[in-house]
Each structure stands twice: as structure tokens, then as C-alpha cells.
Design a protein around this ligand. Structure first.
Ligand code: ARG
Length: 585
């Protein structure tokens, strides 16, 4: 298998080195997809960048590169256009061979990364006894897709659930439950998790209003942190209960994630402060130990502190994240750490990264990235709420998606006078409903707010999961009817490209490698959705224009190969988004 982009880059680098000396062998040739298909498939823009260092006109530079550029096995003769763009058009027989090879490749021509990294994806991360809300749903869906892409590329991925299972919220909750529902502290499942969330809200209210309550709650936190048996037991019960509830959501979404909550780092927190102190970074300010941040100031323009230990001795969210980053680098040997939370936590992470860097835990060999996303809004553009104004419970939201998918399906089955088993109906509704929620989220640029609309996400038309699933089903139907054994076909049968729509589809099929590399690098799954959406559109244009089953051989087989490749690409692409395909729907 030739990886087109990598190969073209290599050839361009060779040409650069022959034309201008070995110093130029490592210059980035700035290879990009052509801005207009009229000019070719790719363009290299390096000549413009070299004008200054070489002291020559970019066009002359481009011409010298082309003179030494040997791509005759891949491309038509390269041309120079405009101020100095080098245009490259792939040869038809190269495309045809690539397609045949891709058909026989289980990775569909996507290269395994040559330098796999140890990557930590910190995602989902709900808080015990608090609600797992739509923000956590976004984190779960986007984080899972990113992890899937990185795993497919060949990275060594550790998926971590940084559950909020420690700290002041337990002090409040346990104190409150001691009065209101003491059974919940000694027996499993004595109260419903929904009640727990309600109890937490009331506890919070008491904490804010009642001085005595506040004191007891704080003592309870100290008891927890110093390992008092009864408090620890209560804590374990509460965590177990939340954990089981979270697990039902992960099962529904088919997401795996390893729990390593905040409590995991408890024993390391004093080390972290001691370390910072030794390095001279720690300043005591009004009793609190903090690190003064560079580049962050408050409204009065004074430098902002990151509080590492509060005046009452307690640690906070940031301290835990400092312990976590240190542990992940030193113990897990992470080379890249991704944090999926809403955009509101950007400052928090920038601050944690800064302190970790100044402490020497985080060096340039480790990449850390906050991967932020926007809010989930209702169709009215306001924060998503139920009709009665409550926060939406995730379980109910997902169930509703599945139920609506079921109603749509049953209507269709009736209209088409089909007979289907209950098993079929249940399975299809589940895949369509959950897939729709995932795809709707993933197909948006994650940094923006996202409007949650059941009607839009379940529509059979547009950039939606049902549309993509349907495209797959339809193509499978064609290849099934065509009755060729693709497994047997291998590279024996050549693809023959004739029609313009066949070229467009073929070229798009061969770009999967680039798209996946881009998603792995930039972490925008919507790029993959867009690619798949365009793939099905290009397929439809081809299918409208070119007879497949009715075509004469060898065109018939060639076109069936294009159909099959399209289906396989949709299947692989959707699986990386966490969406399984259906054979019928
Ligand atoms: N539990 C946090 C929240 O609900 C998210 C944790 C994200 N991960 C981290 N390492 N801080 O907002």
C-alpha cells in the first residue's frame, strides 16, 4: 500500500534537496489538497515560503523543484501555476491500483502511526452524587470518539474517568443524610440515586445558609480524609451507587473507560504541596498556600493565585489535577494527555499546566491539551431543560431518543407493509437512537454550543446518523444483489474509472488516511463526520449517473468494487465515531 500524501511529501523533499542542497531536505513542502479540483488533486506551496531564504522569485523556485521532482509513477506531469503553486494530479492507473489494494486491506489504506505514543484521554468524569449532566454526555461521546481514532492509529491509549468522588460535597451530603436518611449511610441502595441528587441540592443549600451545618460538614470532610471508618463506609456506599448508575449510561453508549477518580490522588496531595514548596513556588497568602500565576490577573490587575491548599488545610480541584498530571507523566509515562471538558474550564487547565511546567513535571516532550467543547442548548437556544424546567436526566434523554427512533421505524414498517420481529425493531431503534445522539454531537465543531433537537438528529435526510446508516444499508443491498465475493476478488480485478463521478468518489475514498491523521492530530471528530457525509453524497452522484448491476463486465465488477469500498469506509468511519452499522433498517 502506498500512502499517497506521505509518498508525495517524500518525493518533494528529495526534489528540494537536489535543487537547493541537503539543508533543504527537511523543509516542509506544504502539501495540501488542491484549492480547486480544476488544478489537480494536491498543491505544494513551499516555493512561496522559500522566496526569502533563497532570495529568488517563488515561480523560479517552483520550476526548479518541478525539474527535479520524480512522481511519474503517481502523477501526471506536475505544473506550476500562479505565483508558484506546484500542482499535482494523480494518474488514473495509480488511482485504480490504489483502490484495488485498499479493497484487500482491512485498514482500508489507513497507515498505522509510525511513532505510537502513550496517550491519556481524560473524559466523561462525572461527579458522584451530583447529576451526570449533558456536559458529561458531550465529554463521554467526544472523548470516546477521539480515543477510538487514536487507538485505531495504533497509539497506546489509556482512557481515564476522573470522577469527582472526593472533597467537600461528601462532607455536606453525609452530614445531611445523617439527619434526613441515615439508612443511606449504612445500607446499599437505601435511597434512589435521583433522591441522592436531590439530597445533595438540599445539603448544599443548608451549607450555604447554616453556619453550624457548615462546620459539621467541614469536620466530616476531615474525617473522610483522615480515614474515619463510618464516614469512609458511607462514602463507599454513595460512590458504588453512583458508579452503577453511570455504568448503565456507559453500557447504553457502548463506552469503556477506566475509573480513576479524584480520591485516587488523595495520598499524593501532601507530596505535591511539599514539592512545590521545595521548588520555592509556594506562597502563603491569608493562610492559604498558593502559587502565583504568570499571565493571569484579577480585575484589579493583581497577579492571580492558584490555591493549592486552603487555609483550613483542605485541598481542591486544582491540587488534585496537579497530582494527576504529575502521576500521569511520572508513573503512567504519558506522552500526550487530553482533557475533555467544557470550555468554561480552559483557565483551570491553563493554570494547572503552567504550574506543572514551572515545577518541572511537565517538559516539552509531553503534550498536554485541553480539548474544550461548548454548551448543550435546547431548541429555544437556552440551557437544555425538561418541559417542567428541570435539568434533563441523561438516562431519560437517551431512552427518549431510542423511543422516538422506534416510533419512526414502526411507522415506516407499516407504510411499507413489512413484517419484522420485535428483536429487529428493538435493535434497529437502539442503534439509530443512540447513534443519532452521538452523531449529532460529533458532527458539530465541538468548540461551539450545540442545539439538541430530536427532530433534527433523527431525520433521514441531512448530515445525521440515520442518513449515514441508511446509505450503508442501501449500498450493502446493491453489493448483495451483485453477488461477488469481495474476499476472493482481492487485487485481481482492476478498477476502471471512466465517469467524472467515479473519479470524484475514488479520490474521496482514498482520502480516509488523511482525514484520520488530521482527526488524530487536531482532535475534531466533525472532520470525520463531514468526510463520511461527503462520501455518501459522492456515492449518490455516482450511483445516479452510472449503472452498476446493469453495466457490462469489466465495468460491472469495477463499480461493485467502488460500492463495496464505500460501504466499508462508512462502516469503519462510523465505528470510529462509536456507531455500529445495520445490515437492514
Ligand atoms: N468532574 C469534573 C466536572 O464535572 C470534570 C473533570 C475533568 N478532568 C480533570 N482532570 N479535571 O466538571
Amino acid at each position: 500500500m502506498i500512502f499517497t500524501i506521505a509518498e508525495l511529501k517524500k518525493r518533494l523533499e528529495q526534489a528540494l534537496s537536489i535543487a537547493f542542497g541537503t539543508d533543504y531536505a527537511t523543509v516542509d513542502p506544504i502539501l495540501e489538497p488542491a484549492s480547486n479540483p480544476k488544478f489537480g488533486d494536491y498543491q505544494a506551496n513551499v516555493a512561496m515560503a522559500l522566496a526569502k531564504p533563497l532570495g529568488q522569485a517563488p515561480r523560479a523556485i517552483a520550476e526548479q523543484i518541478v525539474q527535479h521532482l520524480d512522481v511519474s509513477d503517481l502523477c501526471e506531469p506536475p505544473t506550476v501555476a500562479g505565483p508558484g503553486f506546484i500542482n499535482l494530479r494523480l494518474k488514473t492507473d495509480y488511482l485504480e491500483t490504489q483502490l484495488s489494494t485498499t479493497l484487500a486491506d482491512t485498514r482500508l489504506g489507513v497507515a498505522r502511526i509510525n511513532k505510537p505514543q502513550r496517550v491519556i484521554v481524560d473524559f466523561s468524569s462525572p461527579n458522584i452524587a451530583k447529576e451526570m449532566h449533558v456536559g458529561h454526555l458531550r465529554s463521554t461521546i467526544i472523548g470516546d470518539a477521539i480515543a477510538r481514532v487514536l487507538e485505531f492509529q495504533g497509539h497506546d491509549v489509556l482512557r481515564l474517568n476522573h470522577v469527582g468522588d472526593w472533597g467537600t460535597q461528601f462532607g455536606m451530603l453525609i452530614t445531611y443524610l445523617r439527619e434526613a436518611a441515615p439508612a443511606a449511610l449504612i445500607t446499599a441502595d437505601a435511597v434512589d440515586l435521583g433522591d441522592l441528587v436531590a439530597f445533595y441540592k438540599k445539603a448544599k443549600q443548608r451549607f450555604d445558609e447554616d453556619e453550624a451545618f457548615r462546620d459539621t460538614a467541614r469536620q466530616e470532610v476531615v474525617r473522610l480524609q483522615s480515614g474515619a471508618e463510618d464516614t469512609l463506609k458511607a462514602w463507599r456506599l454513595l460512590c458504588d451507587q453512583s458508579r452503577r448508575e453511570f455504568q448503565t449510561i456507559y453500557d447504553l453508549l457502548d463506552v469503556t473507560v477506566t475509573e480513576r477518580g479524584e480520591s485516587f490522588y488523595n495520598a499524593l496531595l501532601s507530596d505535591v504541596t511539599a514539592d512545590l514548596d521545595k521548588l520555592g513556588l509556594l506562597v502563603t497568602d491569608q493562610g492559604a498556600k498558593c502559587v502565583f500565576l504568570e499571565g493571569f490577573s484579577n480585575k484589579e490587575g493583581e497577579p492571580l493565585p492558584l490555591i493549592v491548599q486552603k487555609s483550613d488545610g483542605g485541598y481542591n480541584y486544582a491540587t488534585t489535577d496537579l497530582a494527576a498530571i504529575r502521576y500521569r507523566i511520572q508513573q503512567d509515562q504519558a506522552e500526550r494527555i487530553l482533557y475533555l471538558t467544557d470550555i468554561g474550564q480552559s483557565n483551570h487547565f491553563a493554570q494547572v499546566f503552567q504550574v506543572a511546567r514551572r515545577a518541572g513535571w511537565l517538559s516539552d516532550t509531553v503534550e498536554v491539551e485541553h480539548v474544550p467543547f461548548g454548551l448543550v442548548l435546547g431548541e429555544d437556544g437556552k440551557k437544555l431543560k425538561t418541559r417542567s424546567g428541570e435539568t434533563v436526566r441523561l438516562r431519560e434523554l437517551l431512552d427518549e431518543a431510542v423511543n422516538r427512533a422506534r416510533t419512526d421505524l414502526e411507522t415506516r414498517i407499516q407504510a411499507e407493509d413489512r413484517q419484522e420481529t420485535e428483536e429487529f425493531v428493538a435493535h434497529v431503534s437502539q442503534v439509530v437512537g443512540i447513534g443519532a445522539v452521538k452523531y449529532a454531537d460529533l458532527s458539530q465543531n465541538r468548540t461551539g454550543n450545540y442545539i439538541f433537537s430530536f427532530d433534527k438528529m433523527l431525520a433521514l435526510n441531512g448530515n445525521t446518523a440515520p442518513y449515514m446508516l441508511y446509505a450503508y444499508v442501501r449500498i450493502q443491498g446493491i453489493t448483495r444483489k451483485g453477488q461477488i465475493d469481495f474476499e476472493q476478488l482481492g487485487t485481481h480485478r482492476k478498477v476502471q474509472l471512466q465517469d467524472e463521478t467515479e473519479f470524484a468518489l475514488a479520490k474521496h475514498l482514498l482520502q480516509l488516511d488523511e482525514v484520520i491523521a488530521q482527526v488524530g492530530h487536531e482532535l475534531f471528530p466533525n472532520r470525520l463526520c463531514q468526510y463520511l457525509f461527503e462520501l455518501s453524497q459522492k456515492f449518490n452522484q455516482f450511483y445516479d449517473r452510472c449503472p452498476v448491476l446493469q453495466a457490462e463486465e469489466p465495468l460491472r465488477t469495477s463499480r461493485l468494487v467502488l460500492c463495496n469500498l464505500t460501504a466499508n469506509t462508512l462502516k469503519l468511519g462510523l465505528s470510529l465515531l462509536g456507531i455500529p452499522v445495520l445490515e437492514r433498517m
